[in-house]
Design a protein around this ligand. Structure first.
Ligand SMILES: C[S@@+](CC[C@H](N)C(=O)[O-])C[C@H]1O[C@@H](n2cnc3c(N)ncnc32)[C@H](O)[C@@H]1O
Ligand code: SF4
Length: 397
């Protein structure tokens, strides 16, 4: 990592203020690798997790990064994976203590931990809360045993229900992750999954369209998936059923009761800043004249070695001025409410004229709506989001 003066030197951007700062911590292990998953997760027996050594590395990584976020308060922490609930509550307690000793957390700092719904994890939920976690995100995926098996999950329906009930009892707020358009899934089966999820009254629900990602087992041996038309019909039902249950769709895949949106993810979508520590973690940090992106070493052993040696950052680059409008819009247009025009200027350091032609074109095509000071995707824009986002690519301006 270069010294601070390097990041503070003059440049062509003029950021009026620095955005809110979040912290992402990546814990990269799972009991087994799911066939659809391209996250940085590695199979490991729970007894063999190098927990203490990994947490030492994460704290060393944090210390090496402190100069880049000096004096800034942290509004949210997201401990993601992988399967963070494989870490012991004592480990999470230590991690949060080490973070608190080095960063100033805002009084209402949201602290999310991703958990898998296995029995062994469920019994730790209260201890995670006692360690300071304020929000649990449970990777249920489906309540249908046949579909859980088809996507290679280690838990079953009964364990998923028990885990959600425990999360509801132990936490003020929690999230359920579901996936839809699963191998062989019918609309009726999707409705059954969603009814079961809603019966557990989650304050927040994330519902992802199962995608075949390159370099996964499913990419090599693709399962038979519902057609695009069927998947569209499923998404319509998801929006209707969640809406009727009081969970509003506020982002492409996110539904929440009032007051329960995920602050951390909102900050990503609003082009806020995040320091990403842990194996393979991505970060985005703003300075008065530049926006920086960082990636840590991906392979856990390599990462630990690098963090111990004093520099866990594998790649670092400034976002090019020409790429900033697209990067901003890629995020902001995922939000139903869109964005404030002054936030675009504040977060990219660019004048509004940088996107004005594309905004006008998007509006003319019925993909975007505007009122003074704000722009948001129309229903049509939301359905054809990648077309809308593409209007902001550097070459189309
Ligand atoms: C980083 S994963 C971690 C959560 C936890 N390890 C789990 O899987 O239960 C976050 C979520 O991304 C979603 N996800 C992962 N791979 C996906 C894919 N190929 N298509 C759609 N959603 C996916 C799943 O819903 C998962 O819960
Ligand atoms: S449990 Fe989650 S992070 Fe781990 S392999 Fe499965 S989807 Fe990926």
């Amino acid at each position: 990592m270069k010294d601070l003066a390097h990041y503070m030197r003059p440049g062509t951007l003029q950021l009026g203020a620095l955005p809110p700062l979040s912290l992402y911590v990546h814990l990269p292990w799972c009991i087994r690798k799911c066939p659809y998953c391209d996250f940085n997760s590695h199979a490991m027996a729970p007894g063999e997790l190098p927990e203490a050594a990994y947490l030492d590395a994460v704290v060393a990584d944090l210390e090496q990064s402190l100069a880049l976020v000096w004096g800034r308060g942290v509004h949210s922490i997201f401990i993601g994976g992988g399967t963070p609930s494989l870490f012991s509550p004592e480990g999470i307690d230590r991690l949060l203590g080490d973070i608190r000793a080095r960063l100033r957390l805002e009084a209402d700092c949201e602290i999310t931990l991703e958990a898998n719904p296995g029995t062994f994890e469920k019994d730790r939920f209260r201890a995670f809360r006692d360690a300071g976690v304020t929000r649990l995100s449970i990777g249920v995926q489906s309540f249908n045993d046949a579909h859980l098996k088809a996507v290679g999950r280690v838990h079953d329906r009964a364990q998923a229900i028990a885990a959600c009930e425990e999360a509801a009892a132990a936490f003020d707020t929690f999230n359920i992750d579901l996936m839809y358009a699963l191998p062989g899934q019918t609309l009726a089966q999707l409705e059954a999954d969603l009814s079961q999820a809603l019966a557990l009254a989650p304050p927040h629900l994330s519902v992802y369209h199962l995608t075949l990602e390159p370099n996964t087992y499913f990419a090599k041996y693709p399962p038979v998936l519902p057609s695009d038309d069927d998947a569209f019909a499923m998404l319509d039902r998801i929006t209707e059923m969640t809406g009727a249950a009081g969970l509003a769709r506020y982002e492409v895949s996110a539904y929440a009761r009032a007051g329960h949106r995920c602050w951390h993810n909102m900050n990503y979508w609003q082009f806020g800043d995040y320091l990403g520590i842990g194996a393979g973690a991505h970060g985005k940090l703003s300075f008065a004249h530049r926006v920086l992106r960082q990636v840590r070493y991906r392979e856990p052993a390599r990462y630990m070695e690098a963090a111990r040696a004093g520099d866990a950052v594998a790649q670092e680059e400034e976002v090019a001025r020409a790429d900033l409008p697209f990067e901003y819009m890629l995020n902001a247009l995922r939000l139903k409410e869109g964005f404030l025009l002054r936030d675009f200027t504040e977060r990219t350091g660019l004048p509004l004229s940088a996107i004005e032609p594309a905004l006008a074109q998007a509006e003319a095509r019925g993909l975007l709506a505007r009122e003074p000071g704000r722009a948001w995707p129309t229903e049509r824009g939301f359905d054809f989001l990648s077309d809308l986002q593409a209007l902001f690519l550097p070459h189309s301006g």
